[in-house]
Design a protein around this ligand. Structure first.
Ligand SMILES: Nc1ncnc2c1ncn2[C@@H]1O[C@H](COP(=O)(O)OP(=O)(O)OP(=O)(O)O)[C@@H](O)[C@H]1O
Ligand SMILES: [Mg+2]
Length: 310
């Protein structure tokens, strides 16, 4: 931990709605260096929720080697074609890591690639949702400096929490913030130096157990304490549900399921799950989408077409 790391409460923590900057999409980065916390799943669910509310959405996959979000969106386009259904599609692009050997050249290359993908997206969409890898990469760090809102999904486990803070096993007191919290703090500093708006950092608990287990309660208490200490808001979380795993192959989200439709049927449990996604989106306090210009559809219904970013 660097000595410079002095986390302070986030001044933007108040539950106010973020103002929209005219003509510029709001950038929502989904980030957590811990793998498998639900970033890609959450990214598409939020994207579809916003599109179904009439917003224009672009998505960016910075984990292009694994490509979960890109595959999810490809599956969605294939499902829509095969079944002849109209599904809202985001403008989508993937950014590959640089293949250059020299580190400085590679970093400059990645900076250029990211800007080449993000600039048209923020110009064309109300919201740009950036999915990042579950590891510390230069591309991911850069993307964090673009975030107007940073959403960190966190599995409800002390193993996952370890990347945010060291916790005393006996007292459950926070010993100190750890690597991902420090990384976010550094990226906030860079953004401040570059004159950007302060980032609204939000942590959401994912895969919450339906049981009132001790782990769930302890995690809740530690996260609330940590929120005050290092400056983030805690958003409504998502429960553990097998439907999230099942939907990937069809590219559907809970927001697409219809009662009596031709696709997967909507059960009561899905209705509750869908409400959780809506509550999550509401608690992000995103700015209101700009009205789409007359004659221009708010969302695409065909496969996306942002230019490839290298
Ligand atoms: N609420 C949930 N309930 C059940 N399963 C979930 C939930 N959220 C995500 N999953 C499952 O957890 C796994 C990891 O999810 P996902 O790929 O979205 O995470 P990730 O953070 O993007 O992973 P990576 O760091 O590898 O990119 C997937 O199998 C996904 O279906
Ligand atoms: Mg992922």
């Amino acid at each position: 931990m660097s000595e410079a790391f002095q986390p302070a409460p986030n001044p933007s923590i108040a539950q106010t709605q973020a103002p929209r900057i005219e003509g510029r999409g709001h950038v929502l980065v989904i980030g957590n260096e811990k793998g498998g916390s639900g970033k890609s799943t959450t990214a598409l669910h939020i994207a579809v929720s916003l599109m179904r509310d009439g917003a224009r959405v672009a998505t960016l996959d910075l984990d292009a080697r694994q490509g979960t979000l890109s595959r999810y969106i490809e599956n969605r386009a294939a499902y829509a074609r095969k079944k002849g259904v109209d599904l809202p599609m985001p403008l989508h692009a993937a950014v590959m890591i640089s293949t250059l050997n020299d580190r400085r050249e590679a970093e400059a290359d990645e900076r250029g690639r990211l800007a080449a993908a993000l600039e048209p997206a923020v110009g064309a969409a109300d919201f740009v949702i950036v999915d990042t890898p579950g590891s510390d990469t230069h591309l991911s760090r850069l993307a964090h400096t673009w975030a107007d809102t940073l959403l960190t999904p966190l599995n409800d486990s002390f193993i996952d929490l370890d990347l945010l803070a060291r916790v005393d096993p006996d007292t459950l007191k926070i010993v100190r913030p750890s690597i991902y919290a420090e990384a976010v703090w550094k990226q906030r500093q860079i953004r401040a130096v570059e004159g950007g708006r302060p980032v609204d950092w939000i942590v959401m608990r994912n895969r919450l157990s339906s049981l009132a287990a001790r782990n769930k309660r302890d995690m809740g208490n530690v996260i609330e304490a940590l929120a005050k200490r290092i400056g983030f808001r805690v958003a409504a979380g998502l429960s553990e549900r097998v439907i999230y795993k099942e939907l990937f192959l069809s590219g559907l989200t809970l927001l697409d399921l219809k009662r009596g439709g031709s696709g997967p049927s909507l059960t009561l449990s899905h209705v509750a799950a869908r409400q959780e996604v809506r509550d999550l989106v509401a608690s992000l306090n995103l700015p209101v989408a700009a009205p789409a210009p007359a004659g221009v559809p708010a969302t695409e219904t065909t496969m996306p077409a942002l230019p490839p970013a290298g």
